[in-house]
Design a protein around this ligand. Structure first.
Ligand code: HEC
Ligand code: HEC
Ligand code: HEC
Ligand code: HEC
Length: 122
């Protein structure tokens, strides 16, 4: 009886140790680097139908749709002006967003095929 109680307490203490750090993590961690764009958009109030015209969603969202909210390539280039070299203004021209940004899976760095600029693509 007594042994069981001690085992139970130990088990609870163990759970506490595992769950503790995650539960105590600050709320900001939710928007941490590495979040999928699907989550960033959801948090920004963008719903499935804002990107997907078809119901249920099936197809990749065309670049034109992304630009509908994010402006044009010149405006994007201004946003990332301080990034060297600018990922939105290069000899590769006006790439599809999907060349780098993915929504439901981690994004990628298209330039990495030839250069290692060390981009962290959101
Ligand atoms: C910011 C625009 C955006 C939003 C918001 C969005 N999607 Fe997508 N979705 C995409 C893109 C782009 C793709 C192509 C694959 C990728 O980039 O992950 C895609 C692909 C898909 C696919 C095809 C399978 C796949 O993963 O390739 C499904 C199904 C899907 N989305 C469902 C949803 C649902 C359900 C929601 C809402 C909860 C949603 N999407 C919200 C842009 C979006
Ligand atoms: C309906 C409007 C809308 C559409 C369509 C849309 N976005 Fe967004 N996007 C937003 C909003 C709102 C945010 C979050 C607020 C902000 O930071 O501007 C955001 C944020 C982002 C960010 C910044 C994320 C970060 O962590 O800093 C990227 C990158 C992005 N969107 C790319 C895309 C791509 C690629 C597509 C097309 C597949 C797309 N968006 C389609 C509205 C939109
Ligand atoms: C060559 C890869 C690449 C392509 C293609 C690309 N981006 Fe980006 N994008 C990046 C990188 C890298 C960043 C992060 C730059 C940084 O470190 O601040 C970024 C950042 C962003 C941001 C956040 C800017 C900010 O600082 O607020 C938005 C929004 C965005 N991209 C939208 C788009 C849209 C929309 C398209 C398609 C029209 C697109 N991007 C095409 C690489 C790319
Ligand atoms: C298919 C290969 C390839 C891809 C993909 C590629 N580049 Fe390049 N890039 C080159 C070559 C080749 C040169 C010329 C090399 C030289 O002059 O040393 C170059 C030169 C450059 C230069 C000027 C020279 C330097 O090293 O400073 C910049 C900046 C640059 N690329 C940026 C980009 C960016 C940003 C992307 C992604 C959007 C990209 N490149 C994708 C092949 C590529």
């Amino acid at each position: 009886m007594k042994v069981r109680l001690i085992m139970g307490l130990l088990a609870l203490a163990g759970l506490g140790l595992l769950a503790g750090p995650a539960l105590r993590a600050p709320a900001v961690a939710l928007a941490a680097e590495g979040d999928l764009l699907a989550e960033t958009h959801k948090a920004g109030g963008v719903g499935c139908a804002d990107c997907h015209e078809e119901e249920p969603p099936q197809k990749m969202t065309p670049t034109q749709k992304c630009l509908g909210c994010h402006g044009n390539y010149d405006e994007l280039a201004k946003l990332t002006m301080k990034v060297e070299p600018n990922p939105h203004q290069s000899h590769e021209g006006k790439l599809e967003c999907e060349a780098c940004h993915h929504v439901h899976k981690p994004s990628e760095d298209r330039c990495l095929e030839c250069h290692a600029w060390g981009y962290k693509v959101p």
